[in-house]
Design a protein around this ligand. Sequence first.
Ligand code: CA
Length: 225
Amino acid sequence: MKILVVEDEAGLADVITRSLEREHYVVELARDHRSALLKIADHAYDVILLDIMLPGGSGLDVLRALKQQGTPGNVIIISAKDSLEDKLTGLDLGADDYLTKPFHLAELNARVRSVLRRKALGGGNGISAGNLRMDVDGRSVQVDGAEVALNRKEFDTLQHLLLNKDRLVTRGALAEHVWGDHADGGDDLDFIYSQIKNLRRKLKQAGATLEIQAVYGIGYKLVEP
Ligand code: CA
């Protein structure tokens, strides 16, 4: 799961980033209005934490741009400005939630989880497909009720494929969602190949009915044959 943090206050941005990384999210940071607009134009995020008062402009413009792109969902406004007007404008523009600074990190994490849940899991905290069940909060995977041991990246890879079941996921998109920024620009995505190979082997050994199909040269598709 990939989260964009739009926050110009360096100390706060750092604390939020580290806290979300501890929760196993891939986190990217935009420190001003312009870089936030560039990021959302080029990348898809599962959640966006959006400050309103930014160098160069308002976070509300970022919301407007998201709405124009047709991807207004999953925004949590984080703002020091506790004005009712900002809040209402933000929610009007499609923001999902609103947190007033200062807030507790535990509160932020809870809001992020609940937004993700609403988006991807339809309210529950598990994803089921075939005889496999993933507990997203507990970060565990079971096949026919038996635990399958996955490392962190294998889990993230499987989660992204599950959320896009029956859809083609390109290697580039997978790299971005599971590995984040540092996967950008590299043509060599061989590490994904070995990750998928291990994941396939583990699923097969566990007797999962799901299959990760390779779409040659492009990416992967999780299907239930
Ligand atoms: Ca600010």
